[in-house]
Design a protein around this ligand. Structure first.
Ligand code: TYD
Length: 208
């Protein structure tokens, strides 16, 4: 199922999705948009944050289940995506099922993340911020704190998985209607924000 006015930003760590979301939040049109991210700020997401920070260590399969559980709350929960859309808002989020298919695809193989994520609704618009991990890691290192997946080998494999998953979704019948935009994330922040807005401006919510 595809949800209208639902937009997802994806990319490896350091690709610049959060920067673009911040720019969108400053636009006057943001009054019509609910913004959020995965892992969420719900209790389910807080637990994942300790995992990402390296405070706890779990089997990769457990991690895949936890990301899917957090996503279930994000989509179906009282303060979730479905309710925001029902209330007439657009929803724009940083990371979704494609993060699980790519990152957990690397850590525990393709099958489990596919099984856990196959029933979640799809966005109308998916942005994939594409960047070489060497460049994205330079950006991350300048921030000072690093998380468990933030190394060249892991992110190189994750980027490959992302590109495979995107190819696959382009050809899936049930994903027809999901518009996929691949962005060269080495461009300037200004250039990227223009491209991003040119696509978001076409959403039904801004054209009715
Ligand atoms: P990120 O989105 O970069 O947030 P922040 O900048 O606040 O650290 O970090 C989330 C990390 O979680 C990132 O390394 C990708 C990972 N992740 C998964 O492995 N699977 C998932 O399903 C999701 C949503 C995230």
């Amino acid at each position: 199922m595809i949800l209208n006015n639902f937009v997802v930003f994806e990319g490896i760590d350091g690709a610049g999705t959060s920067t673009q979301l911040k720019i969108l939040q400053e636009r006057p049109e943001s009054a019509k948009i609910d913004f959020s991210a995965e892992p969420t700020s719900f209790e389910t997401g807080k637990f994942l944050r300790s995992l990402l920070g390296g405070k706890i260590s779990l089997d990769p399969r457990t991690t895949a289940y936890l990301f899917a559980a957090d996503r279930a709350e994000h989509v179906y929960g009282e303060h979730g995506i479905e309710n925001s859309l029902k209330n007439g808002k657009a929803v724009i989020i940083d990371r979704y099922i494609f993060s699980s298919l790519a990152y957990q695809g690397v850590s525990c193989g393709r099958e489990l993340p596919r099984m856990l994520n196959k029933d979640f609704p799809l966005p109308q618009l998916l942005f994939f911020f594409d960047i070489d991990p060497e460049k994205s890691l330079e950006r991350i290192k300048s921030r000072g704190v690093t998380e468990i997946y933030e190394n060249n080998e892991y992110l190189t494999n994750t980027r490959k998985q992302y590109l495979d998953v995107i190819e696959e979704y382009k050809n899936l019948d049930f994903a027809k209607g999901m518009n996929i935009v691949i962005i060269d994330a080495t461009q300037s922040v200004e250039e990227i924000s223009k491209i991003v807005w040119s696509h978001i401006a076409k959403l039904p919510i801004f054209n009715s």
